[in-house]
Ligand binder design. Structure first.
Ligand SMILES: *[C@@H]1O[C@H](CO)[C@@H](O)[C@H](O)[C@H]1NC(C)=O
Ligand SMILES: *[C@@H]1O[C@H](CO)[C@@H](O)[C@H](O)[C@H]1NC(C)=O
Length: 425
């Protein structure tokens, strides 16, 4: 055992050096815990927890979760999603790394990793201990509330738990995890608030109902306004570090490629094969959200508000999929034999659906959501520069106390640890 510990300390030093080297490249991120809001791109179980047990959701069954978890995990992916990679980013600190080696690696080798492991950001509706972060994202959630859509003749049927309600959940939780004013301001200032992606479903509701591009443009200020008011609310209760992602290039989504085909010249982007009008619309939303964030930064110079460019990070993949190991960019891995392996009638997980043999070769998992492999590359991209300002801005403000070891995992193989570190290098 003494020998094993010695070897591990050497290993620990190597890890420190690797991360230190990566930190020079600007990959440093500092936060104690994550509170996350959003939709199915970051849901880690809330949707399934929000519906009756017999509610027929495909994510309740395999092949959802087949990668990494080996079972459905409430995520809309073959494996982990954006939040899992985000929530497990290493906080850079030498003392943390030693603590990490002591608390995570040693016990895991002696078979008790779970005792120390804080696995993933836990879904709020699952109950439990949220002192180390909570995920409020619900699959299907919109930024705007139900009445907004109903007034426009659209019934938002996917879930009623919109961004505003997720925020109410957080405010209700806060006094229980930080009872005193001092504890609250400490917790708020050292937490990272991941605000989405959210808003994509607001547009999806209109797009799948065949609403016009003009109608889509009309609601952009409302969607951006809802996200902005959630950010202001959090800043009012003391948030100091926020990451606000833009939307993804929805013109590259197999479901939309399948339901909006066209022979028109210039309809598809020559390089990627994605639908131009849908991607241009996303660019418009992303431009508006960035303008709003600029205003918020002026109003709150003491708050770090980072725009995470999910659009750029994923378009980068669609432009050169092979570079990232993706051989099938525009079809879904799990779906039907329809064009793009995607149709509304036979979605992934429905009877008659088929799964590709190797999801890591596909960008899209089920026609709407990405594979774990893609989510990982997107987060690596955000760490690598698809963020304004860079994520290292979260570290300004001096002395940093580490109260959570994000690297710990309940997975006996420590795969999360490996991924979190490899995403730095
Ligand atoms: C829904 O949002 C609108 C603003 O878009 C707000 O005026 C209204 O009070 C909200 N309704 C509910 C029930 O929260
Ligand atoms: C994709 O669709 C083609 C037919 O268009 C079919 O031959 C193939 O099996 C499908 N693959 C998957 C993984 O669904």
């Amino acid at each position: 055992m003494a020998f094993a510990r010695g070897a591990l300390l050497v290993f620990g030093m190597v890890v420190v050096m690797l991360v230190a080297a990566a930190a020079e490249g600007g990959g440093t991120v500092c936060f104690d815990r994550v509170f996350s809001f959003g939709d199915s791109l970051t849901d880690t179980g809330n949707f399934l927890l929000s519906v009756p047990e017999d509610f027929p959701d495909p994510a309740r069954n395999l092949p959802y979760g087949q990668t990494f978890f080996g079972r459905p995990s409430g995520r809309y992916s073959d494996g982990r999603n954006l939040l899992d990679f985000f929530g497990n980013l290493p906080t850079f600190s030498v003392s943390l790394l030693f603590a990490y080696v002591l608390l995570c690696i040693l016990p895991s080798l002696s078979g008790s990793a779970e005792a120390f492991g804080l696995p993933f950001v836990p879904p709020y509706l699952g109950g439990g201990d949220f002192r180390y972060g909570a995920n409020f994202a619900v699959g299907g959630a919109t930024a705007l509330n139900g009445s907004f859509f109903r007034e426009r003749g659209v019934e938002p049927t996917w879930t009623p738990h919109c961004l505003d309600e997720q925020l109410q959940w957080f405010k209700k939780l806060l006094p229980s995890i930080a009872p005193s004013e001092t504890e609250r301001s400490d917790l708020m200032s050292k937490s990272l608030f991941l605000m989405g992606e959210v808003g994509g479903n607001d547009y999806n509701h209109l797009i799948v109902r065949g609403k016009s591009l003009d109608e889509l443009h009309e609601i952009v200020p409302n969607v951006v306004g809802a996200i902005s008011s959630a950010i202001k609310d959090l800043i009012n209760v003391g948030a100091k570090k926020l990451v606000v992602p833009g939307n993804f290039p929805i013109g590259c989504v197999p479901l939309y490629l399948a339901i909006f085909p066209s022979q028109k010249e210039g309809y598809y982007d020559e390089q990627t094969g994605c639908i131009n009008w849908l991607n241009e619309f996303t660019e418009y939303h992303n431009k508006m959200i960035q303008e709003e964030l600029e205003e918020l930064r002026k109003l709150h110079p003491d708050v770090t508000i980072i725009y995470a460019d999910y659009y750029g990070a994923s378009l980068n993949i669609f432009r050169a999929p092979l570079k990232f190991g993706f051989t099938v960019p525009l079809n879904s891995c799990c779906g039907s034999d329809a064009p793009h392996n995607c149709s509304l009638s036979v979605m992934c997980g429905n009877p008659g659906s088929v799964v590709c043999p190797d999801p890591s070769k596909y960008i899209s998992w089920d026609g709407l959501h990405f594979t774990e492999a893609t989510y990982k590359v997107v987060i690596q991209g955000v760490l690598g520069g698809y963020a304004t300002p860079p994520l290292s801005e979260t570290c300004k403000g001096g002395e940093y106390r580490v109260s959570q070891l994000h690297q710990c995992t309940d997975n006996p193989t420590n795969t999360v640890t490996y991924d979190a570190l490899s995403s730095f290098i």
